[in-house]
Design a protein around this ligand. Structure first.
Ligand SMILES: O=C(O)CCC(=O)C(=O)O
Ligand SMILES: [Fe+2]
Length: 331
């Protein structure tokens, strides 16, 4: 089973495009991913991160941004695979709403879909703690979870472009997102090639994992793209991807090593009244979601969150006060 266990990942400075440029969309269609440069200014990236710390400190568990000794699991919010914080109101934190309101972010998605009428996801953030302080903070190796985020049978074709805004410097040593370039093209054949594996996947679950020795994982060399703080990565939900933890950290690292905000916008016309009503309620009730906005997927109901024994102890952020611009993104 583990014949090809060591898929080699290449850390690369790939071409970076202007947010909202036609070239970025052409590149995305061709390669299944694209990097948009300076989608946030350095200042905006700093502010997003600082607001994220406000969110963490306001959970009331005793986290102090200046003291990594307060970042242990008994205070840190439950994370899903790859160090992603999906719940406890993070999708409606001031930080995530600030990010969604930056015009370049919407511009990027508007160019892809050919419309300004977009709805935003209410999703979370990948945060990596410096695991030289506590080795258990190290997140998964990429090879354990190469996946796509779209059901191969129930969602044919191009449906969703996912986004991630990078807030800290990246490096090979730290690790980060990995994409298999061009792998969105395998998607249409998955139903016939993975019959058995697919039979186990519920029709409403938009997450399909590849066997860790699958030749598709190295069909083209998997790429970890260099990103500056403020750059945004976009990828097609059909593109095989994951995040991969690096192997060593800079000497004496004691701050967060990765902060990557997840953000996704889809055309409003794909949605319907029922979904939009649930989205409005989600704002009132501070419910986070996955990347999809054409259906309602409640991230607070992820098994990892429902199973967390201490979930009562987190103080959620208040209901967000939205501007008209933000309300339009709710629907
Ligand atoms: O953290 C990453 O780079 C990967 C996240 C991911 O797989 C996703 O958001 O769908
Ligand atoms: Fe994913």
């Amino acid at each position: 089973m583990e014949g090809n266990w060591n898929v080699e990942i290449e850390y690369k400075h790939v071409e970076r495009f202007e947010p909202g440029s036609s070239e970025s969309v052409t590149y995305l269609d061709q390669h299944g991913y694209v990097i948009l440069k300076e989608t946030l200014t350095e200042k905006e990236a700093e502010k997003t991160l600082s607001l994220l710390w406000d969110y963490l400190e306001d959970l009331g568990t005793g986290i102090d941004r200046k003291d990594p000794r307060t970042w242990e699991d008994d205070r840190w919010p439950t994370s899903a695979h790859g160090g992603i914080l999906p719940s406890y109101g993070i999708g409606h934190s001031e930080s995530q709403w600030f990010l969604r309101s930056i015009p370049n972010v919407k511009k990027a998605f508007a160019k892809i879909w050919g419309t300004d009428e977009l709805l935003t996801s209410f999703d979370g953030v990948s945060l990596w703690r410096p695991w030289n302080i506590n080795p258990s903070w190290k997140t998964e190796s990429g090879q354990s979870w190469f996946h796509i985020d779209q059901h191969p049978i129930t969602r044919p074709g191009k449906q969703c472009i996912q986004g991630l805004v990078n807030l800290l410097p990246t490096s090979q040593d730290i690790g980060g997102n990995v994409v298999v370039p061009g792998s969105h093209r395998f998607f249409k054949n998955i139903p016939s090639e993975y019959k058995e594996r697919l039979a186990k996947l519920p029709l409403g679950i938009d997450h399909f994992r590849f066997p860790n020795d699958d030749p598709k994982l190295s069909s083209e060399k998997p790429l970890m793209c260099h990103m500056e703080p403020g750059d945004m990565l976009l990828w097609d939900s059909r593109t095989i991807h994951c995040s991969n933890s690096g192997i060593k950290l800079p000497e004496g690292a004691k701050g967060l090593i990765r902060a990557a905000s997840l953000i996704c916008m889809m055309p409003k016309e794909r949605s319907n009244e029922d979904v939009i009503n649930q989205r409005r309620k989600a704002v009132e009730r501070v419910i986070s979601t996955t990347n999809w906005s054409d259906t309602f997927r409640n991230a607070d109901e992820f098994p990892v969150i429902l199973e967390a024994k201490d979930r009562e102890k987190y103080k959620w952020p208040p209901k967000p006060k939205l501007t008209d611009y933000q309300k339009d993104l709710v629907g």
